[in-house]
Write a protein that binds this ligand. Structure first.
Ligand code: FES
Length: 314
């Protein structure tokens, strides 16, 4: 990963828990352009890498991120909330694993801080005069970021947990059954994603119509693939035991293997390698069914059902 130094040029509070941070280049060159749904990786001082969606108007030349302060996190949100104007940090170029797709209409569902990539998408869709609807769910109006940016838009519906029950998200009403030419975008924390994706499946939506980005900590691995297995690197034949509770990535890095990685949560796709033999248990939230069928595998989060997994790594 190539890192670029960026400076904090503005910082404000969208809510008591959500900081909005604008970053600008330190050395003269402009930041690369990005498309709606893109994120940047941020290298936190402790060595953690975290992904934040870009949610500001792209024409400004700065990158805007919004960060929820999560006391239970591993330190990324705390470090981001401690930033002051003038502080510097290292960021990656934008990448987009959650782009807008060509569709006749776009149906967007945001849960809490999951509004960030969808806000950029709404701006883009407005600009293109495309047909879209956004459903924005949050615990309460005072805890939801960017309400003022969206309040005047008749195509946006808010759903707040602490207001009239009649306005809560109702999947039968707000998502409904599949409609040809409609793309659905879902972004939010685990509980929200599971509710939406489970509901969409029950309502009969095909997987190809659903586009998703999950916020939150890596999934807890349980079940038949949680135990130890061996990884063999095809190029060298070297074998490594992956014990229960440790990832392939952790073990490979510990043994000096130059493996690519970023989020370590199965959501960014940086660590993807090809499986040459064995039966993988995919525990990521980034690969499509086609990519999995094509042999791709995330070494930061996925495991194996078979005793040995051979990977296309040196
Ligand atoms: S490092 Fe991001 S998916 Fe593995």
């Amino acid at each position: 990963m190539t890192w670029t130094e960026a400076a904090v040029v503005s910082r404000s509070a969208a809510t008591p828990d959500i900081a909005v941070i604008d970053l600008a280049p330190v050395a003269g060159a402009a930041f690369p352009a990005y498309t709606a749904g893109a994120h940047i990786d941020v290298l936190i001082d402790s060595g953690l890498v975290r992904q934040y969606s870009l949610c500001g108007p792209p024409e400004r030349g700065t990158y805007r991120v919004a960060v929820l302060n999560e006391p239970a996190s591993r330190g990324g949100s705390r470090a981001m909330h401690a930033l002051k104007v003038g502080d510097r940090l290292r960021i990656s170029a934008p990448r987009n694993r959650f782009p807008l797709v060509r569709a006749r209409r776009h149906l967007l569902f945001a849960g809490g801080i999951g509004i960030t990539p969808l806000l950029a998408m709404v701006r883009r869709l407005r600009h293109e005069r495309a047909e879209y609807t956004l459903h924005y769910c949050a615990r309460g109006r005072g805890r939801a970021a960017f309400v003022a940016d969206l309040a005047d838009d008749p195509r946006v519906t808010f759903h707040f947990d602490d207001e009239d029950p009649g306005q809560l998200l109702d999947l039968a009403r707000d998502l409904g059954g599949p409609r040809p030419g409609t793309a659905v975008y879902i972004c939010g924390p685990d509980g929200f994603m599971d509710h939406l994706l489970g509901g969409a499946e029950t309502l009969g939506w095909p997987k190809e119509a659903l586009h998703k980005e999950r916020f939150g900590d890596p999934p807890v691995v349980t079940g038949s693939s949680a135990g130890a297995f061996t990884v063999r690197l095809a190029a060298t034949g070297a074998e490594y035991l992956i014990p229960e509770g440790r990832s392939v990535l952790e073990v490979l890095l510990e043994n000096g293997v130059d493996a690519p990685f970023s989020c370590q949560q199965g959501i960014c796709g940086t660590c993807v390698v090809r499986v040459l033999a064995g039966d993988p248990d995919h525990r990521d939230d980034v690969l499509t069914d086609e990519e999995r069928a094509d042999g791709l595998f995330t070494i930061c989060s996925s495991r194996a059902f078979s005793p040995v997994l051979e990977l296309d790594l040196t």
